[in-house]
Design a protein around this ligand. Structure first.
Ligand SMILES: [Zn+2]
Length: 243
């Protein structure tokens, strides 16, 4: 299993040690400049691959912070696997126009550096993200924890975009219907850890072991053997991120 989207820098040091000891590979995404620095440090571990970006669910980056992040991405272009986490604010509607403009600059940079982009863009925001991706002809796009309408889902499938599924597939009907529709060849699994999950995962530290349950549920929905689905998801992730 590969965790296609985790915030490893947001775990306590002793928790990071436990997760790294599990031997599972991770793609750790960044939320701001300091988070980018922390993830670059973590990526010295052979199983950790870093993405640098600026999370959209916060006030938009200052000009200085944006310049620092872009410079860091350029300087580390051969050490990072992607640009992310970037996107548009849905849950905290702040600086929307500025976030759209910043997202477009990240997409242009990803195109220029030939890197995939990790997107936080749900519901109506996904349409805006699709418009920008199409405008810049960036096809290596990963919509993490995606939720959206049927028209956007069809557009994303046709454009070859990837989506990743969190453990909430075990209890969210909206995610289960997305998985039923989305081609297995364009799916990955993630935890978005340390984000906490509910129901059977309630009270547990979010860890990649939870993805075993996600894979079981994906296999059930696709009516395929779990082992086959696990292998496909692993290969999807290593191919997309060129690991
Ligand atoms: Zn995230």
């Amino acid at each position: 299993m590969i965790d296609a989207h985790i915030h490893l820098d947001q775990y306590a040091t002793h928790e990071q040690a436990t997760l790294l000891a599990s031997g599972a590979p991770f793609i750790t995404v960044s939320t701001n400049y300091l988070s980018c620095l922390a993830n670059l440090q973590l990526a010295q571990h052979p199983n950790v691959h870093s993405a640098l970006g600026y999370h959209p669910e916060q006030p938009v980056a200052s000009a200085q912070e944006e310049a620092a992040i872009f410079a860091l991405i350029r300087a580390n272009r051969d050490r990072i696997v992607a640009i992310g986490e970037v996107g548009l604010p849905y849950y905290e509607q702040v600086d929307r126009d500025a976030h759209i403009a910043l997202l477009e600059r990240f997409i242009a940079l990803a195109k220029e550096l030939d890197k995939p982009i990790v997107l936080h863009a749900v519901y109506e925001d996904a349409q805006v993200a699709c418009n920008l991706l199409e405008k810049h002809q960036l096809t290596r796009a990963h919509f993490h924890w995606f939720k959206g309408d049927a028209t956007t889902i069809t557009r994303m499938i046709e454009n070859g975009y990837m989506v990743s599924i969190t453990p909430d597939i075990c209890y969210e009907p909206e995610i289960r219907s997305l998985v039923a529709r989305y081609p297995l060849s364009q799916l990955m699994v993630e935890t978005d850890g340390p984000w906490p999950f509910e129901q059977e995962f309630s009270g547990q530290l979010t860890a990649p072991t939870m993805m075993a349950r996600s894979i079981e549920e994906i296999a059930r929905l696709k009516q395929l053997p779990t082992e086959q689905v696990a292998t496909q998801l692993y290969n999807n992730t290593t191919t997309f991120y060129r690991l």
